[in-house]
Design a protein. Structure first.
Length: 88
């Protein structure tokens, strides 16, 4: 939705910082929840596998939603998922 390079750069930078913070916090929560090394390793492998899957599936999913549903569709789907996750 940005109209110039500066806005797009700032938005992408904020997204990167937010992603880094949530990834580190999530791994810290897993480390605190699973004190056993083997369980912690399995939990972190599952979490990082899910992250990698999201990185692979996200852009094509967003492109298909943008093409066939509309410009705001990928953002609305992510907002709904975030709201659902926050309520859970």
């Amino acid at each position: 939705m940005g109209t110039n390079y500066a806005i797009l750069f700032i938005a992408r930078s904020l997204q990167g910082v937010g992603s880094a913070c949530t990834s580190v916090a999530g791994m810290g929560m897993l480390a605190a929840f699973y004190p056993d090394d083997r369980e912690r390793g399995n939990a972190m492998a599952l979490a990082l596998g899910g992250l990698a899957l999201g990185v692979m599936i996200g852009p094509p999913f967003g492109g298909v939603m943008y093409e066939f549903v509309g410009r705001a569709a990928p953002f609305l789907v992510l907002a709904f998922l975030s709201l659902f996750d926050g309520c859970k």
